[in-house]
Design a protein around this ligand. Structure first.
Ligand SMILES: [Zn+2]
Length: 470
């Protein structure tokens, strides 16, 4: 069985790599990933999957289904790029498109790796007449709008039994970490314009509202839980100092370790905005841009993913790949590389060299709260879900950077992606065919949820994700 999955991925690797490279070159931003979604849909359709496009109110979201009945094994794919990090697949900074977007989070690999796993598993099911359903979820705008949260609200995951997810990374590891729940919000303040020197008494400064709001946030910060976060930028502060600005905008991320705490923090932030408006005789409106829940980890799925990872063995790197990574590392602060290596070694990696991870991080049952946020969180509240990473990048490179975009279009990224496809296919087969294992997964999920029920915090009157780049 393992051989069949590995064999299918190896025999079809040129198709998978070419699809990934095309998506890499398109580098489309969230909610407008039309070509990237189309490439995947066409391929999955040619493989016998049934496609439902435009789910969750997003044109570029889709679900591809193969098979019938229970159990339903789900895979997650992403394909959105990161603004301003375009780079050629070279070990130094040289944009492919000056100022353009690039796959600085490796989502070209993420999507196609999951497609590969789903199709490899389909071939095995078809050959052996194994009952059940495979679902590939094409999830847009992870970077900008938390696309999966809209799909979850739309009920897309309601009949799925287990979701397997992966993300390109700098190591081969499974994740038992949770994440922070996150609100992405803007606060528009409105005042009255006037000549700042001639008749300031006729004006009311919207920027004053924004600044006092931020002063209030800094007072709130002292009293937040240690794992909560709040960060802001003033995304518009006025046009000129001699004009009292009648409009200003504050852009926020508010994060907390669980949904309830996130709701409390958001209410406090709203009170602060009200206070700032009152003090400055301005008014404000809150604009909802996105939301993601914290991840509910599942140690049973994670442990199984890890054992599959071990059985398949980590990819080996060629001389050229190591040379590429070495040249890339020469562009970085040595401190970055040292820290990345130290971190892997602290997690138990035994590295053969310090350029690209060639080791599998030992499994740990310990659950940690990661300080990022992801829309996989919402999926994990409604379906037992676990994630792993494979090494797709040079060690020490910063996330969301030109260097990630470069690796994601190189053979280093391709190798990590094909390894992920194999892991997904083999693990998918085990969850599909072992009812006892699925029961354990469910019991762990219920244990981690501790009786809590999922609640989407997307305001019900908002039907489609707001475009984030306007
Ligand atoms: Zn990502």
């Amino acid at each position: 069985m393992k051989k069949a999955i590995e064999g299918w991925v190896e025999a079809n690797k040129s198709d998978l790599v070419s699809m990934s490279d095309k998506i890499w070159a398109h580098a489309e931003l969230g909610l407008v990933e039309h070509e990237s979604a189309k490439l995947q849909m066409e391929y999955l359709q040619s493989q016998g999957f049934e496609i439902k496009a435009g789910v969750g109110g997003m044109e570029t979201a889709f679900v591809a289904t193969w098979g019938k009945g229970k159990p339903v094994i789900g895979f997650l794919g992403e394909y959105d790029a990161v603004p301003m990090v375009s780079n050629k697949p070279v070990p130094y900074k040289e944009p492919l498109v000056e100022g353009g977007a690039g796959h600085g989070c490796g989502h070209n690999l993420l999507g196609v790796g999951a497609v590969g796993g789903a199709v490899a598993l389909k071939e095995l099911m078809k050959g052996k007449q194994i009952p059940g359903t495979i679902r590939y979820h094409g999830c847009p705008a992870e970077e900008s709008s938390f696309g999966k949260t809209w799909m979850v609200r739309d009920g897309v995951f309601d009949d799925v039994d287990i979701v397997l997810d992966w993300h390109p990374g700098n190591s081969n590891s499974v994740s038992n970490s949770s994440s922070l729940a996150d609100f992405v919000l803007k606060f528009n303040f409105y005042g009255k314009t006037a000549h700042a020197s001639g008749d300031p008494w006729n004006g009311r400064s919207a920027l004053d509202g924004v600044e006092l709001m931020n002063a209030g946030i800094e007072r709130m910060r002292e009293h937040m839980r240690l794992d909560s976060r709040v960060h802001y930028v003033i995304s518009y502060g006025g046009g000129a100092p001699n004009v009292v600005p009648d409009y200003a905008q504050n852009f926020f991320d508010v994060r907390a370790a669980d949904i309830d705490e996130l709701k409390r923090m958001r209410n406090w932030v709203l009170d602060i905005a009200k206070g700032a408006a009152l003090m400055t005789q301005t008014r404000f409106e809150e604009v909802f841009l996105g939301y993601a829940a914290n991840v509910i980890p599942n140690r049973v799925i994670a442990k199984e993913l890890h054992s599959v990872m071990e059985e398949l063995g980590a990819p080996e790197w060629s001389e050229e790949e190591l040379k590429f990574a070495e040249e890339m590392q020469a562009q970085l602060e040595p401190e970055f590389i040292r820290r990345a290596v130290e971190q892997l070694e602290e997690s138990g990696a035994t590295l053969g060299q310090t350029k690209i991870c060639d080791s599998i991080i030992p499994y740990s049952d310990k659950i940690e709260v990661g300080k990022g946020s992801t829309d996989v969180g919402d999926v994990s509240w409604v379906v037992p879900t676990a994630r792993f990473r494979t090494a797709c990048y040079t060690l020490g490179i910063p996330g969301h950077s030109w260097a990630v975009a470069s690796c994601s279009g190189s053979s280093i990224g391709h190798k990590g992606m094909l390894y992920a496809a194999k892991i997904l296919g083999v693990a998918g087969y085990r969850f599909l065919t072992d009812a006892g294992l699925r029961d354990k997964v469910r019991a762990e999920w219920e244990y981690q949820l501790k009786g809590r029920k999922y609640e989407s915090l997307i305001p019900s009157e908002i039907k489609v994700p707001p475009l984030p780049f306007d």
